[in-house]
Design a protein around this ligand. Structure first.
Ligand SMILES: Nc1nc2c(ncn2[C@@H]2O[C@H](COP(=O)(O)OP(=O)(O)OP(=O)(O)O)[C@@H](O)[C@H]2O)c(=O)[nH]1
Ligand SMILES: [Mg+2]
Length: 450
């Protein structure tokens, strides 16, 4: 399935740098090496060479690395030219390879070839991109674990167990007379239950991996002057937003990224929610509402020292979209007595803080992590994507259906079919079962040269 053509790309970031790497992969690599370097260097040995164009003109002098198929990242012959990091010289080296029969690689094409040549599975290919794009140290470590195959191994264990179950059940179909003896042993039901337990556990882990990779969006909302921008600045540790005693200060949506124990959180500060005659402020409120709808969690900030805000809290919360995950942050508690707890008639959790004194902040951070579903279990986390979690869930549902069919003695064929569908869902994760569309979508998001 691999391309019969040879691809070339600059593998290092664009611009000037100490070193830049041009990577070539495909059947024409040996030809290109002979033309540009004078020989094909020995496998995986760094050699010093002049890099020449097809006319023999010297373009650069650097280190060349050749990896013979299939012992390379892509599984094809690969040549890496480590030259000087100037944009013009890099382009000249690429142009020379193009001249000698290579074509410019698309984003992710090297990784795609690695996948198609069975050097890595789909989860690992995705982990390459996740590692490059990791927005926190924890996310990077998690991506490395996926890259090393930890997630794939767990998926494969589940898939293998399911395959065993399928074989057992399908044997029951083939030997119809012994139908009952094969299935009524009870062992099958127990094995399916065990499988479901393991599947739930992996779903939890994958969910964590997805959180680590994608992070969460937390929107700070509330009435004007509640202390939203102050909270934004305090949580991000930066002076992102203008704070002033004048209500209606913030108009635009302001963003800052913070890391909570490795969990990347995008914080959004928004305009105070109120009815206003001012067109600019109206637009600010409109933007605030738009972000609120998309939030993974809303921190609804209340000025606890302001009687009107406290009295209006229940109504304010009711005016927010239904089923929105909201935490009420009762701010400015430095201005009220300790015993003061405004009552509000919703089930939203509430926390008391003072941005000025810092009181209640560590509780707020822990609450955020917990409410976003993050357990900072760095040791076992691996990166995962929404599509992995979806596929795991689908597999789980099918196997549940199989168990149901077994319990209600629905017929062995139905059990077999559900197990088969579950197995196929798992296969989508590592790429045993894929469609062209899926592959295209995954690799298109990679950077060029990867
Ligand atoms: N005493 C006290 N004052 C606070 C606290 N938090 C914020 N403030 C003050 O409250 C005022 C409003 O703060 P901002 O952070 O600008 O409020 P905001 O909710 O962003 O206001 P808008 O952008 O106008 O909607 C400022 O004068 C802050 O210094 C607090 O915990 N205690
Ligand atoms: Mg503000």
């Amino acid at each position: 399935m691999t391309g019969t053509d040879t691809i070339v790309a600059i593998a290092t970031p664009p611009g000037r740098g100490g070193i830049s790497i041009v990577r070539v992969s495909g059947p024409a690599v040996a030809h290109i090496a002979v033309a540009m370097l004078g020989d094909v260097p020995p496998h995986a040995h760094a050699v010093r060479r002049d890099f020449k164009d097809s006319n023999g003109a010297i373009l650069d002098n650097g280190v060349a690395l050749f990896f013979a198929a299939p012992r390379s990242f892509t599984g094809e012959d690969v040549l890496e030219l480590h030259g000087h990091g100037g944009p013009v010289v890099q382009d000249l080296v690429v142009a020379a390879a193009l001249d000698l029969g290579a074509r410019a690689a698309r984003g992710g094409e090297f990784s795609e070839r690695a996948f198609l040549n069975n050097k890595i599975d789909l989860v690992q290919a995705e982990a390459v991109a996740d590692l490059i794009n990791a927005s926190s140290a924890a996310a990077a470590k998690a991506a490395v674990r996926s890259l090393q195959g930890e997630f794939s191994a767990r998926v494969n264990t589940l898939a293998d167990a399911l395959l065993q179950l399928r074989m057992h059940v399908e044997a029951a179909i083939d030997f119809a007379d012994e139908d009952l003896t094969l299935l009524e042993e009870g062992a099958i039901a127990q094995r399916i239950r065990d499988w479901l337990t393991a599947s739930s556990r992996l779903q939890d882990l994958a969910q964590q991996g997805m959180l680590l990779r994608d992070g969460c969006t937390v929107v700070i909302a509330g009435r004007p002057n509640a202390g939203k921008s102050s909270l934004m600045n305090a949580l991000s540790g930066e002076d992102v937003a203008i704070v002033s005693a004048t209500p209606g200060t913030t108009r635009d949506v302001l963003r800052a990224t913070v890391t909570l124990d490795g969990l990347p959180v995008l914080l959004l500060d928004t305009a105070g929610l109120r009815v206003s005659e001012d067109a600019i402020e109206q637009e600010g409120v409109r933007r605030a509402r738009k972000e609120i709808e998309r939030a993974d969690r809303v921190l609804y900030v209340v000025d606890s020292a302001d009687q009107l805000s406290v009295a209006g809290l229940s109504a304010d919360l009711l005016a927010l979209p239904q089923e929105l995950p909201v935490t009420v942050v009762l701010n400015k508690i430095d201005l009220c007595g300790k015993a003061f707890v405004p009552d509000h008639a919703t089930s939203a959790p509430s926390l008391r803080v003072s941005v000025t004194s810092g009181e209640g902040f560590s509780a707020l951070r822990s609450h955020l992590k917990e409410s976003l579903g993050y357990q900072s279990s760095e040791a076992s986390a691996f990166s995962a994507r929404r599509r992995h979690v979806d596929a795991l869930q689908r597999a789980h549902v099918h196997v549940m259906a199989a168990l149901h069919a077994l319990d209600s003695t629905l017929g062995v064929e139905i059990i077999a079919e559900e197990l088969k569908l579950g197995h196929a869902s798992l296969g989508e994760i590592t790429g045993q079962v894929t469609s062209e569309d899926l592959l295209g979508a995954i690799f298109a998001s990679f950077c060029i040269g990867k």
